[in-house]
Design a binder for this molecule. Structure first.
Ligand SMILES: [Fe+2]
Length: 400
């Protein structure tokens, strides 16, 4: 296997058939007819030789400022490994970084970095859904997931693709809340602690979640600059009447608004809202639109806050636009066209993307019993990292 300047394994889908030196770089032609171009400093900084890439850390150990600014590729040719070999203009008076004569690059590394969106590497595509989602298809076996079996990776993939997945059959013990989430990455503590209990209280009621109230769908902690990316709710008991969990996909709602209600979409994606919490000992505030979208109008994050909003600071005209829009969106969020319901059972762990999938619950009738969920948060980027590592390990163990 060829050396690469990181710990990944790159599958080789094609080999270099021709290499042409061009201004400031090289143009490659591949066996499948694709051409790619590579800048001289991109190649030089990522040369896998041990003087450039530390053999243990695999981090770059030369500095860009050490490289001669007029460094050029003197010659380029297909390498025996199917990749590329380049000869560098050498500058023996400028130290190791300027003295390297030649580098050879792995074909899979060259091709992957030239053609693949690195942010999406190994991540399943987003699947948007509405009220007809078959949530049964997003249920996974707890004992297998705990043992690190295939259900573990499948659950994580579902949380990324659909924004939701349920692990069932876990021991209904309080400590279970962070066992699987903690294997994704560090649990993110908040002012509610590393884990929180969702059960009805009569004192110290710091959230509507701690009442019997029906909760419209929402995202948690919209008031934070960096909202928790993933939320996990573990069911200890659910014997009360009602109390079904409700979920809806803000990505699907955003697309619906973008395609059908452009004025509402515009108001919700541009008018800033002040999100504030109400508490005696914390005062979090964040200003952002209700829906944060990318250049294509695709949802990045929803701050779907039915109740954690301060007074809207906008002109009368903008406020009028915003309130019309927010009313429409909030109604859609709780509409059967978009909502799926599930009544969690003891030992079930619901994981979802807190910045995409909205969650709420039906009101509670505790004459029949209690409802007790435990919750915690993990960041989205921990899920991305874990999915990439799972995929990397699969590539490394795949027959070459
Ligand atoms: Fe919540």
């Amino acid at each position: 296997m060829s050396a690469v300047p990181d710990f990944d394994t790159y599958l080789v889908s094609a080999r270099v058939t021709a290499a042409e030196v061009i201004a400031h770089g090289v143009r490659l032609t591949w066996t499948d007819g694709v051409t790619t171009e590579h800048h001289r400093f991109v190649l030089r900084e990522n040369s896998p030789d041990p003087a450039t890439t530390h053999p243990l850390s695999r981090e770059q150990q030369i500095q860009l400022t050490e490289l001669p600014p007029d460094l050029e590729i003197l010659a380029a040719a297909p390498a025996a490994n199917g990749g590329l070999t380049v000869s560098w203009s050498t500058h023996s008076d400028s130290g190791v970084a300027g003295a390297l004569a030649e580098s050879t690059f792995d074909p899979g590394w060259l091709r992957t970095w030239a053609s693949e969106d690195p942010a999406q590497r190994a991540l399943p595509a987003r699947v948007e859904w509405r009220g007809d989602l078959d949530l049964a298809a997003l249920r996974f076996d707890g004992p297998d997931a705990l043992a690190g079996g295939s259900e573990w990776g499948a659950w994580l993939a579902a949380i990324h693709s659909h924004g939701v997945g349920i692990v069932e059959g876990l021991p209904a013990e309080p400590d279970q809340i962070d066992v699987l989430p903690g294997r994704i990455g560090p649990v993110r503590a908040t002012n509610f602690g590393p884990a929180f209990d969702v059960r009805t209280k009569t004192a110290d009621v710091t959230s509507n979640a701690y009442t019997d109230l029906e909760l419209p769908v929402h995202t948690d902690l919209d008031t934070r600059e960096y909202m928790p990316g993933l939320q996990f709710l573990f069911c200890m008991m659910n014997d009360a009447g009602g109390g079904e969990s409700r979920l809806s996909d803000a990505a699907a709602i955003t697309r619906h608004l973008r395609d059908n209600e452009p004025e509402i979409f515009d108001a919700l994606t541009t008018i800033p809202v002040t999100f504030i919490n109400k508490a005696t000992d914390t005062d979090y505030r964040h200003v952002a639109p209700f829906l944060v979208v990318d250049d294509d109008g695709e949802l990045i994050e929803a701050r779907w806050s039915p109740w954690l909003r301060g007074p809207l600071r906008a002109s009368i005209a903008d406020a009028e636009r915003w309130y019309v829009a927010a009313r429409c969106a909030l109604e859609l969020g709780d509409h059967p066209d978009f909502v799926v319901e599930v009544k969690l059972r003891a030992g079930e762990l619901l994981g979802f993307d807190n910045r995409r999938v909205l969650h709420g619950r039906g009101g509670l009738d505790r004459s029949q019993g209690e409802r007790w969920l435990r919750g915690c948060y993990v960041e989205r980027e921990e899920l991305h990292s874990r999915l990439r590592i799972i995929a990397r390990n699969e590539r490394a163990s795949a027959p070459s």
